[in-house]
Design a protein around this ligand. Structure first.
Ligand code: ADP
Length: 415
């Protein structure tokens, strides 16, 4: 089956056409036929980029007024003659949509109908920057593909299994019953994908497996996965909690927020922007949110870049230890996402000194260039020493493949 996956943001739509089937595990080859992005939607210099498995690369800068026009560009790419990708749009069997927040309503991916749309809309309160955009993407895509199933794949879905004592905050209980204030967790599609890959790669028995997964990109989260099910994750009610990130704080004392608001005379909106957009690597280093540049500055002796990396890795290490405790040990620690896949510095600093827990990485293996994003998407590397009790592995994530696979499973009525 050929599946179109769409990831719709406020000013961008990412797309991928994937030839896939139900068996993710057997499907090791990268089966994406074409992938791309329409960026800066609404501006005069929007960017339409794509590349194909046959090696064709294209980038155009032109005005794209809205999401409907953006999807029209995507449809034109799929049905164009140079390069030839599809004979007709009828070859697409389903559309898989990334939806950020499924709240307590969705434990797994579902075929989109009016009731699903209403529930996703109801979750917009929890993810005001994401769910409305996801809904817009679904509505526009239904206009272009009215006769095939559309499936919603939720970032929160994989964490549906975490128990109440993990997802509750120690606040007055009524805040949960009235407003559904609780941990939901995000990046679920990625944590689920690398969990399945790790189990296959290490030959583990799923029901007995214990894995700590670390999705480290611009947003970062850790998950404790027991028997293939998430039992804890670092992001919370929103994607702000947990690990330090590119521009987000991760965990801080909530009283600091009130103090800053008073001292700096900040509104709730100001402080939201401070915590989400001006903190993390960017805020500490004063340079950038991009780890590559922070690593370069650290090499040159930049003190705050060094501090930012030290903080990031220390906090990551604490989560690894905590999640190993939650799991009662671990078979593996999995690094994924732009940072997890590419930064040997982060992998080394966040795991050193953890021999007492059985984690030991081999420098020569760690320093190899792993899973260059978009290229060796199937390369899995074991970077641990041969005697390490806990395997440390690097797995390039592939959320699009997971979305496509769920779409096929929903269409076939398997999930
Ligand atoms: P997103 O969460 O937006 O999908 P990515 O998963 O692409 O982001 O991760 C982006 C992060 O990965 C950035 O901080 C970037 O600097 C970092 N990164 C990518 N390649 C490297 C590299 N070779 N070395 C260190 N960091 C890298």
């Amino acid at each position: 089956m050929k599946i179109l996956t769409l990831n719709c943001g406020s000013s961008s739509i990412k797309f991928d056409v994937i030839e896939t089937d139900t068996d993710l595990i057997k499907q090791n080859k990268d089966c994406s036929i074409v992938r791309g992005i329409v960026e800066k939607i609404g501006l005069n210099d929007s960017i339409v980029r794509f590349n194909t498995d046959a090696g064709f690369d294209s980038k155009k800068i032109l005005p794209v007024a809205n999401h409907t026009e953006a999807l029209k560009h995507i449809v034109d790419i799929l049905t164009g003659s140079n390069p030839k990708i599809l004979n007709s749009l009828n070859e697409i069997n389903g559309v898989g949509h990334r939806v950020v927040h499924g709240g307590e309503a969705f434990s797994k991916s579902v075929i989109i109908n009016n009731e699903v749309l209403r529930e996703v809309e109801a979750c917009s309160d929890f993810a005001p920057l994401h769910n409305p955009q996801n809904l817009k993407g679904i509505s526009v895509a239904k206009d272009f593909f009215p006769n095939i199933p559309h499936i919603a794949v939720f970032d929160t879905g994989f964490h549906y299994s975490i128990p109440d004592y993990t997802f509750m905050y120690p606040l007055p209980y009524e805040l949960y019953t009235k407003h559904k204030i609780r941990r939901y967790g995000f990046h679920g599609t990625s944590h689920r994908y690398v969990t399945a890959k790790a189990i296959e790669f290490l030959g583990l028995e799923e029901s007995r497996s214990k894995i700590v997964t670390l999705h480290l990109g611009n947003g970062c989260s850790a998950a404790a996965v027991l028997g293939g099910k998430s039992i804890d994750t670092s992001m919370g009610h929103t994607p702000l909690e947990g690990l330090m990130m590119g521009t987000r704080t991760g965990d801080i004392d909530p009283a600091v927020v009130i103090h800053i608001m008073n001292k700096e005379k900040l509104s709730a909106q100001d402080v939201d922007s401070l915590l989400n957009k001006k903190s993390g690597f960017l805020g500490v280093s004063g340079l950038t949110n991009d780890l590559r540049e922070i690593e370069e500055a650290r090499e040159k002796g930049h003190k705050r870049a060094t501090l930012a990396i030290d903080m990031y890795c220390y906090r990551l290490k604490k989560y690894i230890g905590a999640y190993m405790s939650a799991l009662g040990g671990a078979d593996a620690i999995v690094f994924t996402g732009g940072i997890g896949e590419n930064s040997s510095v982060v992998r080394e600093l966040s795991t050193n000194g953890m021999e007492f827990l059985g984690i030991k990485i081999e420098n020569s293996k760690n320093n190899r260039n792993h899973g260059v994003l978009g290229k060796n998407r199937d390369e899995i590397s074991d970077i641990s020493t041969s005697d390490a009790k806990v395997k440390t592995i690097v797995i390039p994530t592939n959320e699009e493949l997971m979305i496509a696979r769920d779409t096929v499973l929903c269409i076939r009525g398997i999930i």
